[in-house]
Design a protein around this ligand. Structure first.
Ligand SMILES: [Zn+2]
Length: 388
C-alpha cells in the first residue's frame, strides 16, 4: 500500500508536470505568436509609410494653392505677436502659447490642440514648460508632422536693454506653420473629412534653447519630454503594438528660417526622397514665376549635398527611429544668436517663397488637391513628372 501510494503520487506528479510543460509550451508558442504578430503589425505600418506616394499637383492646382497664402497677413497676424521675449516660464511665453492656441482654434478645419505641460530641472532650478500639439484628425493612424520651437533664447540680466527676439530662431518657422494652417484651411478641412488614414500634426516645442550652456541636460527640454511621452502612448487609442511615434510618417523640423538665400543640405539618406520633392516643387514654382527674387542661379534645396547632423529638436525622435527631414539652413543665418536676429533683418521674399513651397509640399504629401475655380482652369496636366 505504501509503495502503491508512492507510485500513485509519482504518477500524479509526473502527470501534473507533463500538463504544466504542455501549458508552458503552449504559452511559449502563444507568446512567440503574439511577439511575431506585434512585429508584423508594426512592420506593416512601417512598410505603408515607406511606400507612401505623394501626388503632383497640376499648374492650376498650384496656382489655386499658392493664391491663398498672404505674407502681409502672416506678418501682422502671426509673426508680430511671436516677436517678443518668450523664454520658458516668461510672460511672453504664455502670450505666445495663447496666440498659437487661439489661432489654430479659430480655423474651420477643426484642429484638436493639446498641451504637454511638465517641469524640468534647469541650471536656474525647476521650471515649467509647455509643448503645444495640434492634430487635424487625431484618430488617423499616420501623421505628417511639421514642428518648430516657440521659445526664444534666454539672455541673463546683464544684457538688459537688449532683447533677443529670435526672429529666425524660431518666430518665423512658427508663424509659417500658423500661416500654412490658415492658408490651407479649406483643403485641410476636406482632407480631414475624406476619412484618410493620414493626417497633419503641428508641434510647437518649448525649451529648445539651452538656458545656460548647451548640453544633453540643458537643451531640447520640450522635444525630449514629448518624444518620451509619445513613445509610451499607444496609437491608435487602445493599440497594444504601436505607439504615437510609430504613427509618424515623417517628422519635418523647421528652424532658423527667414534669412536671405537659405541652403538646405541633406542630413539623412532615409528622407532624401522628400528633400528631392521639395527641390522639385521649388523648380516648378520657379518655372511658373511664383517665387520672388529667385533667379535661375538660386536654389534652396540640395538633396545631393551632404551636411553633418545638426543638434536640434529632431534628435529625441530620430534616436527612437522616426524619419526626419531637418529644414535648417547650412550655413546658419549670419544673425544667429545675436541681437540682430530681429524683424529688420528678415527677408520677406525668402519667407514667402518657402511658405509656397511648404504648402504645396503638404498638399502633395497628403494627396490633397485644391478645388480649382472653374473660370481659371486651363490644363490638368502636371508640370513635370517625378519620382514620389
Ligand atoms: Zn537658437
Amino acid at each position: 500500500m505504501v509503495l502503491s501510494g508512492h507510485m500513485t503520487k509519482n504518477m500524479v506528479a509526473t502527470r501534473c508536470l507533463t500538463v504544466m510543460m504542455q501549458v508552458l509550451l503552449k504559452q511559449q508558442y502563444f507568446l512567440l505568436f503574439f511577439f511575431f504578430f506585434v512585429r508584423f503589425v508594426s512592420l506593416c505600418l512601417a512598410l505603408v509609410q515607406l511606400q507612401h506616394k505623394a501626388i503632383t499637383l497640376t499648374r492650376d492646382e498650384i496656382q489655386t494653392a499658392v493664391s491663398h497664402t498672404d505674407l502681409d497677413k502672416m506678418w501682422q497676424r502671426d509673426l508680430k505677436p511671436l516677436l517678443v521675449t518668450r523664454y520658458p516660464s516668461s510672460e511672453g511665453s504664455q502670450a505666445v502659447q495663447n496666440h498659437i492656441k487661439a489661432t489654430i482654434g479659430s480655423l474651420g478645419a477643426g484642429w484638436e490642440v493639446t498641451e504637454d505641460k511638465f517641469r524640468a530641472q534647469t541650471p536656474y532650478g525647476p521650471l515649467p514648460f509647455t509643448n503645444l500639439i495640434a492634430t487635424l484628425n487625431p484618430s488617423a493612424k499616420r501623421r505628417l508632422v511639421l514642428a518648430c520651437h516657440f521659445d526664444s533664447k534666454y539672455y541673463p540680466p546683464q544684457w538688459h536693454g537688449r532683447e533677443f527676439l529670435g526672429a529666425t530662431d524660431s518666430a518665423v518657422p512658427c508663424a509659417m506653420l500658423l500661416e500654412l494652417a490658415r492658408a490651407l484651411d479649406e483643403e485641410l478641412k476636406a482632407q480631414k473629412n475624406s476619412s484618410s488614414k493620414l493626417t497633419l500634426q503641428l508641434i510647437f516645442f518649448d525649451g529648445e534653447e539651452a538656458l545656460f550652456h548647451w548640453g544633453p541636460n540643458d537643451s531640447l527640454y520640450g522635444s525630449r519630454h514629448l518624444a518620451q511621452k509619445m513613445a509610451s502612448t499607444p496609437h491608435p487609442a487602445g493599440a497594444t503594438d504601436t505607439n504615437q511615434l510609430h504613427g509618424i510618417d515623417l517628422f519635418v523640423l523647421l528652424d532658423l528660417l527667414g534669412a536671405p538665400s537659405p541652403h538646405f543640405g541633406n542630413q539623412f539618406a532615409s528622407t532624401t526622397t522628400w528633400l528631392s520633392k521639395l527641390q522639385n516643387i521649388e523648380k516648378r514654382l520657379h518655372s511658373m514665376n511664383h517665387l520672388l527674387d529667385h533667379p535661375s542661379s538660386v536654389q534652396y534645396f540640395w538633396p545631393d549635398r551632404s551636411v553633418g547632423i545638426i543638434e536640434d529638436d529632431h534628435l529625441p525622435f530620430l534616436r527612437r527611429g522616426v524619419r526626419v527631414l531637418h529644414l535648417i539652413p547650412s550655413p546658419f543665418p549670419s544673425v544667429w544668436h545675436t541681437f540682430h536676429d530681429d524683424e529688420q533683418n528678415l527677408d520677406r521674399s525668402a519667407i514667402q517663397n518657402l511658405n509656397k513651397i511648404f504648402q504645396v509640399f503638404v498638399l502633395e504629401y497628403l494627396n490633397t488637391r485644391p478645388v480649382v475655380p472653374s473660370d481659371t482652369s486651363s490644363t490638368s496636366e502636371p508640370l513635370t513628372q517625378e519620382a514620389p
